[in-house]
Design a binder for this molecule. Sequence first.
Ligand code: GDP
Length: 322
Amino acid sequence: MTAPRALVTGAAGQDGSYLTERLLAEGYAVHAIVRATDRGAMRETGQMSIHDVDLTDHARVCDVVLDVAPHEVYNLGGISSVAQSWSDPVGTAEVSGVAVVSLLQACLDLQNREGRPVRLLQASSAEIFGEPTDEPQTEATPVRPVSPYGAAKAFAHHAVHVFRGHGLEASTAILYNHESPRRPTTFVTRKITSTVASIAATGTGELRLGNLDARRDWGWAPDYVDAMVLAARHGRPDDYVIATGQAHSVRDFVSTAFAHVGIDDWQQHVVVDPELFRPADPTVLVGDPSHARSTLGWAPTHDFGSLVRAMVDHDLALLGAS
Ligand code: GDP
């Protein structure tokens, strides 16, 4: 029997790395669409086939889909921060919006050619909700983005619905912030855990942060990858909010991380730097994952405390201090 085939965009990122490792472990033949410039960021690829293709090169993306003939397609590609989307709104719309339509079209063509379902999972984002009035948000919350990133993701989200209406087995996972030891230190979680580990290991150093009162619904990235796989394979395409349902502040994150290394008077190590405050910090987004729980049987394996501790432990191990 030939192995099932999966095609993954954005394979060089945090979620892409967890997803491709998982698919390979399951015996899938994994094909990754990766920008040539991101190749260096890829982890050990094992058996994976790499296609150096820019997602905005529609003809080549279509060729890869039709050549590989995947059973499952995971679209994780695109830019990953709201801040970046303000510096390049057009590029954001192209790669996180329009490119998704060409991928959907190619998958529908493949499905029609093969006469079997092509299961597509779109990594959607809580940013499609913008500044919602209801909390927690559900799949029924109005899509009203407030950033170029949110708008591109919203367009892609609607496009999935359009192609679903034409018979494509396409689902969305509406992802809230999700973290792991593979987060770059540009995100506050990893910045905190790497600095706390270093302070614990050396007994010195400072953690310089912006708004300690900012709150996020932080989950564990491998759990969110599990949700995407469950949604893709469910057999009936749908939308799923993937979140923990709990928001915590940056201050909670800091105190939990320091407590884990035995430092209770964490204030003496933290400097609040006004330069690091954002001009506008968005409304707290908190998701209600009830639909994923009841339909997919999905539940997060890490709560906030175990997420923080796992990230600190990883950073301690990197320093040889665990
Ligand atoms: P985001 O939700 O994708 O913007 O993820 P981030 O991890 O970059 O930011 C999460 C929150 O932490 C935001 O509300 C920031 O204002 C806040 N924050 C406070 N201090 C810092 C910092 O030093 N770096 C970053 N990246 N965020 C910080």
